[in-house]
Design a binder for this molecule. Sequence first.
Ligand code: HEC
Ligand code: HEC
Length: 402
Amino acid sequence: MSCFVLLGVVAHGSVCVFAEQRQAQPDIIQRSERLDGLGVRVRLTPEQYAAQAAELRITYSKPPAEWPKPELEEHPDLKFAEIGRLPREAPHPERNPFTKEKAELGKQLFFDPRLSGSMQIACASCHDPDLGWADGRTVAFGHDRQVGTRNTPTIMNSGFGESFFWDGRASSLESQSRQPVINEIEMHSTPDLIAERVNQIAGYREAFKRVFDVDEVSFDEIGKAIACFERTIVGGRSRFDAFMDGKTDVLSDSAVRGLHLFRTTARCINCHNGPNFSDNQFHNLGLTYYGRKFEDLGRYIATKKPEDVGRFKTPTLRNVTATAPYMHNGLFELEGVLNIYNAGGFDPEPKNEAQANDPLFPKKSALLKKLNLSKRDLADLTEFLKALEEPKQRVRPPVLPK
Ligand code: HEC
Ligand code: HEC
């Protein structure tokens, strides 16, 4: 019978070898490559690793209710839902129901640079389907190539979101769409100007008449059509989804192990949870850069509550490997992101009394803990994140009305 061998240093300094029987399966699975508390690292031989992955594959082939318990922090900030398959369709709200024609109209508007002051920049300039519906840039550039301060998030699966922007300042996709238009350094225009332009384009006027039964288009309908289109950009075809559908051989051993780490030792599931891998909450990982270059107060900008300083919306992790670089400031590659988590996030100490008494001095989320993950753990987590990537969608820009 094979067994898992645990190598570690005991208190008096000598190296000792523990052996555990394979019968203790659930326990072994729970602890993965690391022993909590003891600081003892488990080194698995390739055979043991394969055996562990095989067990995990069987375990995770069962319904989620029978999966190992996730490692969750008991804290008011925790809002938990199990990860899982994404529904094939995002919900459309009653006040803006789906019709095929409305979504097609929204797609034209999304790709139409005439929505910008310069008539050069479309939503799709920054949310490019070939770049995972983001722009692959550190921070976006828009009107006159001016740069913003934030990284462009993907709009894929945004129909499952509850609030929009890194600070959540928009509460619907309809209201969100107004903001890039009026943003000085993004599209540099006004809703009225855009409505006026759209009204001058016969093809649009006819389409809006058919879809919304209006003779005069206002930005309201423009926003509704764009939002309707955005809700049709859904994933759910990743290898992880296929795994959840019962194709349990589509994930590599490393990805299966990464899935388990994600839910347990690596604690990602405390925030990246539910089918869209986001709790739709706001957390501070320590990236506020408070009082420094790149300072971004995050959620505080929307709420003005001191406890929200430096909190940002938990982004979806679906398709994440297609939308580097990362975080609200776009300053990190995936490896750097994982290193931040492994270190338990950044927890800046107040440097002086003024900072110590400053009610706005940012506090790191209590849901983050130092992880002590090994290189192999990090590689496995990465493999799991890759399994959340959707097959590339090749989207031809639509023909625009004249
Ligand atoms: C110049 C680049 C640029 C253009 C043009 C642009 N966006 Fe964005 N978009 C961004 C950036 C950057 C953010 C994040 C901004 C923030 O959090 O403050 C964002 C955020 C979003 C979000 C929120 C996603 C989320 O998960 O929170 C949506 C939805 C969105 N944009 C849709 C649109 C639509 C619709 C248009 C066209 C009307 C548009 N964008 C035009 C760069 C752009
Ligand atoms: C305390 C909640 C929390 C936990 C735990 C957590 N995350 Fe995050 N994650 C966030 C938030 C919030 C952001 C955005 C932070 C920012 O931009 O400042 C984020 C950003 C990310 C990003 C960048 C995504 C993008 O589009 O820019 C990745 C990748 C990521 N997390 C992966 C993970 C992994 C892997 C784990 C486990 C090791 C994990 N997260 C644990 C809340 C969390």
